[in-house]
Every structure is written in C-alpha cells, then in structure tokens.
Design a protein around this ligand. Structure first.
Ligand code: FAD
Ligand code: MLT
Ligand code: ZN
Length: 481
C-alpha cells in the first residue's frame, strides 16, 4: 500500500492551509472586474463581502475559504467568457453548485473567483423516444425529478440533499446515493456533456448516442473530476421508467453480518429491490433527538436496514415474503403509502443533519468489499479510539456497495489522526478512501492509499494537459504542486 501523498494537512479551516492558487493576491483588479461584468452583467458580479460570505463555507461548517468575487453566468457562452477572462488574468476559479459537497471541494481558497451555477437552470423537454433529457448544470436534483416524473420518467440517482444538490455537482462528484444498487452511480446516467475548459473553449457533446466509439470518452473524464478539469454547463441524461408502486421496510437486525445476510437474500429474491441502507442504534438516537420522530419499534436493536422495492405492480407481498424467509430479521415494519414510506426513510436520511446538529463531524466516506465489511466495522471503534479518546463514531451508509459513512463527533482537534487511522484501516481491507463524496481537499493527502503512483501520475498528466496553469479548483483532488 502506498503512503499518503505529501502536501496539504487537512485542517478545520481551509483558508489557513498552505495551498497557493494562481492569482492568490485576492484582489479583484478593475480590469478583471470589468471583463467579468461584461461577461455576466453587473447584477451577477458580486463583490460585497457580506454577500459573498454565504458562498465561502461548506455545508458541514468544517471548511471555510475566501473568494475575490462571485460570478453567476446564465449560459455556456457566459461561462466561457468568465473562464477566458480568468485565464488571461491567471486567476483561479472554484465552481460551486448547490454547495452540499462534503469534502471541501466547493469552497473557494486563496481568493479564487467563485463561479456559481445557480442560473444554469434550463430544463429542456424530455425526449420520450430515447428516454433522455438535456438540462443545465445548475438544475437541482429535485427540480430534475419533478420535471421528468411529470412525463412518466425518473432519474436513477437520488439522495437526501436533492433540494440543493445540482446535476452539475452530481456529475462533478459522480454522486452515488440510495439507488446505486439498481441504477448505478451518476456516471451510468450521463450520456452527454457540455463544458468549458480552462482556456475558455467549449466542448459540447449532447447527442446522447448510447453507442459512440470515437476516441477518448471526455464524459467519463469529466464525471468525478470535482471541478478540476472543466466547468460543466449542460448535461444529457439517461432516464429510467417512473415506478409508482413502492414498499419500504425498516428492518431491525443484531449486527452487520445479519444485515448483510438480509440484503443478500433480498437482492436475490427481489428484482424490484431499489435501495438497501444501513444505520445503527446510536445514529437512530441522534435522529430521534433532532427530528422528534418516535421509536420505530418497542425495543431498541443494534442495527437497522431500510429496504425499498419499486415496480409496476405492488411489491409489498414479495418484500414481506423475503423478510419472513430471513432468520436474521429481528423485527420489521413495512409502509406502502407515501407518508409512511417517507417516515421510514427519514430515520435514515436525517442522519447527516442530525449528526451535524450534534457538532461538526470528521466525515469519512469509505467502501470496502462486502467480504471485509463486518471485520472492518468490528475494528473501527478501537482504531478510532486509539487516534482520539473522546471520539464518538456514528456509522451509516449504503450497505449493498460496502459504502460506510464514518462520521466522528467530538474529534475536531484530532481530525487528521482520526482520518489517517480510519483510511489506513480501510486501505488494509482493500477499500476505497472515498466511495461517493470525492477526494476534494479533505482527503487529498490520502489519495495514495487508494491510487498507485502511476495512476496519480496519469491524473496529473491529464490535469496538466487540460489546465496547464492550474486554474480550475487548485488543491482539490491533487496537490497543486
Ligand atoms: P457542490 O457542493 O457545489 O460541489 C461539489 C464539487 O463539484 C466541487 O468540487 C465543485 O467544484 C464541483 N462542481 C459543482 N458543480 C460543478 C460544475 N457544474 N462543473 C464542474 N464542477 C462542479 N453524495 C452522494 O454521493 N451520495 C449521497 O447519498 C449524498 N447524500 C448527501 C446528503 C446530504 C444531506 C448532504 C448535505 C450531502 C450529500 N451528498 C451525497 C454530498 C453532495 O450532495 C454530493 O456530492 C452532490 O453531488 C454535490 O452537489 P452540489 O451541487 O451541491 O455540488
Ligand atoms: C448519505 O448517504 O446520507 C450521504 O452520503 C451524506 C453523508 O454522508 O452524511
Ligand atoms: Zn451516502
């Protein structure tokens, strides 16, 4: 296993790190201001520090930075004009969508120009013949869902930040979420991309051809690139049929081994299975404290699963049968009506905000092979305690992908030690240091635990080729040096 890459030590305040972005003098020269104003219009160049402040910290409150200004372009041409002006001034650009990212990637450092995609909200009509749609990168996931559900389609990715997270952000982070089991990650939904490159040029490939082997696949390259290779402005997306017959089960189990056994059986018996999510008793307690939800069962159990099935016919009977067939189920409740399903999901989806309400957590998002999951989880408490005695780990996640969100409360002062210990443990089990949130700034120093020196060298070569001056999100994913 490789040692962590040298460079940034993640801290509670990105503004205090040693990242040096191009143009890091933080001043907005009048010449640059004039060019940006000409690009987006005076109303969409924001320079008032009290207005800019809301763009300078992340959702968790762990990362803070500084922007020299905020620009809000309305379309690809305006984005290209902003990028070209920034390139001439050698000023760096940080792209921000919904700012729900959890690894510090959407936070501007060293006086970057903050480019907000808030106005890239065009929603083209769904193309019914192909089951595809083209939308602006600033469209929120919830707006996309409303748009396509109205005509009998759905989008294959869903998660709790849907009201704020943007489609551009989903693609830039290759977001996972709650339906990967059935539809794959965001990458599997992307059929076309329009983007502005670091020199201000535009690439646009939005025909949506599912078969097209004509060279390098820039859509794959930009998906998951975390704003470091280009500014995504429009997307051509694959849609899935809207399935309205749904059943959700909350299942109580004894431990992670039991949870895995229930999921394995459900997956094999239920073609309609869409989601399999995991949380534990301590997370449930925090959720109940924050939301006021009542206890789901008379007894408290060590671990819980949320399973959702969806189809054209009511999947409830099949789900009940599958649960009845599993010895590992200690208790279960099933909801079929929208309100009941929503409540059962709330026990799982409210984890992020409930944990945040209890303090700023060290947020880690790891995946290990399912064969190693139980052993890794068993080792976690001691591993974390050795790095920080006061630490309070809360675990939850997307169990079918071996994707565990390790949130550690009361550990801010030992954030680096906790991160190091957990990520090394994960790597020793053949896992990934970032299953779905990306590397951002938070995990950059540990990239070498998941990627070989050759792979990192290849990433660097791509970055240098597309962004030789390092203007796009410097310090995200790769060390700017
Ligand atoms: P931002 O936070 O604004 O940006 C994220 C990164 O993408 C940054 O590096 C940014 O520079 C870059 N970026 C954004 N837009 C563009 C663009 N147009 N072009 C180029 N780069 C761009 N994530 C999951 O994967 N699965 C989950 O289940 C999940 N659940 C969440 C639940 C909650 C309550 C919260 C707060 C977050 C959750 N997330 C989850 C994390 C987050 O929502 C996703 O990473 C999401 O994809 C980020 O979208 P955004 O628009 O907020 O992006
Ligand atoms: C989730 O699955 O709820 C998210 O990825 C958010 C988080 O990790 O807090
Ligand atoms: Zn998640």
């Amino acid at each position: 296993m490789n040692a962590p890459t040298a460079g940034l030590t993640p801290t509670a305040d990105v503004a205090a790190t040693s990242d040096t972005a191009p143009g890091s003098d933080r001043t907005l020269t009048s010449a640059l201001a004039e060019e940006l104003r000409a690009a987006v219009g005076a109303a969409h160049l924001l320079t008032d520090p009290s207005v800019i402040a809301s763009f300078e910290s992340d959702w968790t409150g762990r990362f803070r930075g500084r922007a020299r200004c905020v620009v809000r372009p309305a379309d690809t041409t305006e984005v290209a004009a902003v990028m070209a002006a920034a390139a001439r001034a050698k000023a760096s650009i940080c792209v921000q969508g919904g700012n729900t990212g959890l690894v510090g990637g959407s936070v501007p450092v060293d006086g970057a120009i903050l480019l907000s995609t808030a106005r890239l909200t065009a929603l083209e009509p769904v193309e019914v013949i192909s089951g595809q749609v083209t939308v602006g990168a600033g469209v929120t996931l919830a707006a996309l869902q409303r748009h396509v559900r109205a005509v009998g389609y759905d989008f294959g990715v869903d998660f709790a930040a849907r009201d704020s997270a943007t489609v551009g952000g989903l693609v830039a982070t290759n977001a996972g979420g709650e339906r990967v089991l059935r539809y794959g990650t965001t990458r599997a939904q992307v059929l076309g991309i329009e983007a502005v490159l670091a020199d201000g040029s535009i690439i646009s490939r939005l025909t949506g051809l599912p078969k097209d082997n004509t060279g390098y696949h820039e859509m794959s390259l930009l998906t998951g690139s975390e704003g470091t290779l280009g500014i995504i402005t429009r997307l051509r997306l694959r849609l899935v049929p809207r399935l309205t017959e749904r059943a959700v089960a909350l299942v109580a189990v004894d431990d992670i081994t039991a949870a895995l056994s229930v999921v394995r059986k459900a997956r094999n018996r239920l073609p309609s299975l869409e989601a399999a999510e995991l949380f534990f008793a301590d997370g449930l307690a925090l959720v109940r404290e924050k939301t006021g939800l009542s206890a789901p069962f008379a007894e408290t159990y060590p671990a819980y699963l949320v399973l959702e099935c969806a189809g054209r016919t009511d999947p409830t009977e099949d789900l009940l049968e599958a649960l009845a067939d599993s010895d590992a189920v200690r208790d279960a409740t099933v909801a079929t009506d929208a309100r009941g399903r929503h409540t059962l999901w709330a026990y799982r989806e409210a984890h992020t905000e409930s944990i945040n309400a209890a303090g700023v957590p060290v947020k880690l998002d790891v995946a290990v092979p399912l064969t190693a999951l139980a052993e890794m989880v068993a080792s976690l408490p001691a591993t974390i305690a050795a790095a920080c005695q006061t630490a309070r780990p809360i675990l939850f996640g997307h169990i079918n992908e071996g994707n565990l969100h390790v949130n550690v409360l009361d550990a801010t002062s030992d954030a680096e030690a906790v991160t190091d210990a957990v990520l090394r443990l994960v790597a020793s089990h053949g896992g990934s240091i970032s299953a779905e949130h990306g590397v951002g700034r938070a995990k950059r120093a540990w990239l070498g635990l998941s990627r070989s020196p050759q792979e990192i060298a290849m990433m660097r070569a791509v970055k240098r080729g597309l962004d030789p001056d390092g203007l796009l999100n410097p310090g995200v994913l790769l060390d700017p040096a």
